[in-house]
Design a protein around this ligand. Structure first.
Ligand code: COA
Length: 295
């Protein structure tokens, strides 16, 4: 799909994307690159990074791949320094690296929970912490740089087999708000999040909604039921990273077509009207003798 944004909205900027080798992180890297940014992507698997960098470069994007694990502070510090040395500055940090799997609470060991918290929550903080010295010097749309944390909507209610990720993403959202307050005040750095709904063709979907579990959801075309595209998330990221988003700080933008609001519908729409009439009629009869005007 064509981007609705001008091709130069991120011209001259340098973005660093963790988890940039695949899925949502890759598409954000690609769209940032297509809108003028140079991009450093970080991941654990060298081959995935190499393939992603080749794909980005084939579209004329200046890109490098740096391998490291966001759980290791020394990796975070090393790759950020390498990116800074390569491009000469750093304007945008996108925390897209995440870990996930389906597990019921009784099958999840405390270490399983900790592993996801370490990647998603502590990893996000570690990257922010190590990137601060570069983002302070950023010359992006504002005088400071920008941080974008990829979150989720799982924890707004509760999600089956996702206790670990729900806890981890709740912490990510909290980190987003705290850093937005503190670093927005002290360094003019904006810190925002994006909470994607179910997005097709991502490692997350392959793990959380394997073909065996999908019924007709992926074929459903209604807004609240259909799957999003990585493009949808990348467009939200572009908005937040561009001048258009320069007054947005401390928010986590939900990009899910309204999916998280939806619960299974117990009564068909047509029946609601009829049922409502019946209930109203009954209540007007006022069984305990109270005049209907007083009800
Ligand atoms: N169900 C229950 N527990 C699980 C599990 C599963 N499917 N997968 C891993 N765990 C537990 C392990 O049992 C272990 O706990 P233990 O030591 O008490 O046994 C703990 O999690 C760590 O597992 P390990 O395989 O050593 O971690 P890792 O660092 O190699 O891998 C993961 C991290 C588990 C998050 C792995 O899925 C991963 O690397 N994911 C990255 C990609 C990804 O998930 N993308 C989707 C993003 S939405």
């Amino acid at each position: 799909m064509e981007s609705p944004f001008k091709a130069d909205i991120l011209k001259g900027q340098v973005a660093f994307v963790t988890g940039g080798g695949s899925g949502i992180g890759f598409e954000i890297s690609r769209q940032f690159g297509k809108h003028g940014a140079s991009v450093a992507i970080m991941g654990r698997r060298r081959q995935v990074l190499d393939d992603a960098v080749s794909a980005l470069q084939s579209e004329g994007i200046q890109a490098i791949g740096l391998d490291g694990d966001v759980r290791k502070r020394e990796d975070a510090s090393r790759v950020l320094e390498e990116a800074f040395k390569h491009f000469g500055k750093l304007d945008i940090l996108v925390n897209g690296a995440a870990g996930n799997f389906l597990a019921s609470p009784e099958d999840l060991s405390p270490n399983g929970l900790k592993t996801v918290l370490d990647i998603d929550s502590v990893g996000t903080f570690t990257m922010c912490h190590e990137a601060l010295k570069y983002l302070k010097k950023g010359k992006g749309p504002s005088t400071g740089g920008l941080i974008l944390n990829i979150s989720a909507t799982l924890h707004y209610t509760a999600s089956w087999y996702q206790i670990h990720v729900s806890a981890a993403k709740a912490a990510v959202d909290s980190i987003t708000r705290s850093l937005a307050l503190e670093w927005g005040t002290d360094y003019d750095i904006r810190v925002n999040g994006i909470a994607p709904g179910p997005i097709q063709d991502t490692p997350g979907m392959r793990k959380l909604a394997p073909a065996e579990m999908q019924s007709d959801v992926s074929r459903d075309d209604r807004l609240l039921r259909k799957l999003g595209k990585t493009w949808d998330i990348a467009m939200a990221a572009l908005y937040l990273a561009s001048d258009a988003g320069k007054f947005v700080n401390g928010t986590t933008m939900i990009v899910d077509g309204g999916h998280w609001l939806s619960k299974p519908r117990y009564i068909a729409k047509e029946e609601v009207k009829n049922l409502s009439r019946v209930v109203e009629k009954k209540s007007r009869k006022s069984p305990v003798g109270i005049p209907s005007s007083k009800l």
